[in-house]
Design a protein around this ligand. Sequence first.
Ligand code: GRF
Length: 200
Amino acid sequence: MKARLGILLSGRGSNFLAIHRATVRGELAAEISCVIANRADAPGLLKAREMGLPAYFVRTRGDREAYETEMAALLEQHRVQLVCLAGFMKILGPVLLRQFAGRILNIHPALLPAFPGLHAQEQAWRYGVKYAGCTVHFVDAGVDTGPVVAQAVVPVLDDDTPTALADRILEQEHRLYAEAIKFVIENQYVIDGRRVMKKK
Ligand code: GRF
């Protein structure tokens, strides 16, 4: 049985496309059951439509309970088992967190807990760290604070620019996200407090 994934995005959608590629290639025993965007003109949403995937725009202004209820209904309607945030620029509230407790992943372009929030790659570059990277984590009510599932390290080069660094991190994101989803849908993990570990 293929796991049913729901993607939430706000922009470009390259992580969504990488996940989709992994499902098509059979690297991931999963299918994307629906894509939801909170921007009508998100390139990722337009791509999803072109690809013939069920794709929805849900406005996320105003009453969070109302719009999350709408999203949760769509995810339920498509029998989504795991929600993957892929560049979704909104903090989740209790409606989604409760309905999909322990079943929401996010990818962040930094080695958390360093550099949460916006422009993480540039934050890391400005700080002067020698290693940057990306993190897949379970989602909780905070900003990039949930338990870490997987990380990939990307060295920062002396002649890097924020853009060049972000591009190399993105390459790793595309690989890491599919791997982490596989790990989660195959239920290969146990959680002890914040620590997500491989089942023995
Ligand atoms: C990625 O860098 C991801 O880590 C962050 O938002 C960006 C989304 O890029 N959460 P894309 O829309 O998947 O191309």
